[in-house]
Design a protein around this ligand. Structure first.
Ligand SMILES: [Zn+2]
Length: 130
């Protein structure tokens, strides 16, 4: 298979994933809302459990939001024809890597370098940098 064809496959995968993530997020939002209604009920006794569920759902929704953001960014890179190009060196990111990590914006080498730099920066500032 050609690279262009492979990229098309990844695009379809991303679009499918965006849809299922959005649907899952809508479900999680509904659950969270139902939970909040329940919490206002003074007879609702399992408060600690509700708080845990609230936290779990909020964390899930946040992760889903980030994933959709990453998918959109990847799709935008496809639209502008830079998807699969390393943002640091401009070389093609290997298909194996893109299939495993469709959100990758760096080649393996630069990703390792970037990670190292991020770790170093985090060590210096004492906090985790994005
Ligand atoms: Zn690179």
């Amino acid at each position: 298979m050609s690279r262009a064809k492979d990229l098309l496959g990844i695009r379809e995968l991303l679009q499918k994933r965006r849809k299922t993530t959005e649907e899952a997020q809508a479900g999680a939002r509904r659950e969270l809302m139902a939970l909040k209604d329940q919490e206002r009920d003074p007879e609702y006794e399992e408060q600690a459990q509700a708080e845990l569920a609230d936290y779990t759902l909020s964390t899930l929704i946040e992760a889903q939001r980030r994933e959709i953001m990453l998918i959109d960014a990847a799709l935008r890179r496809m639209d502008t024809d830079v998807f699969g190009e390393c943002v640091d060196c401009g070389n093609e990111i290997s298909m194996d890597r893109l299939e495993a990590m469709p959100f990758a914006i760096r080649c393996e080498e630069d990703a390792a370098l970037h990670e190292q730099e991020t770790r170093d920066a985090a060590r210096h500032t004492g906090s985790l940098s994005l």
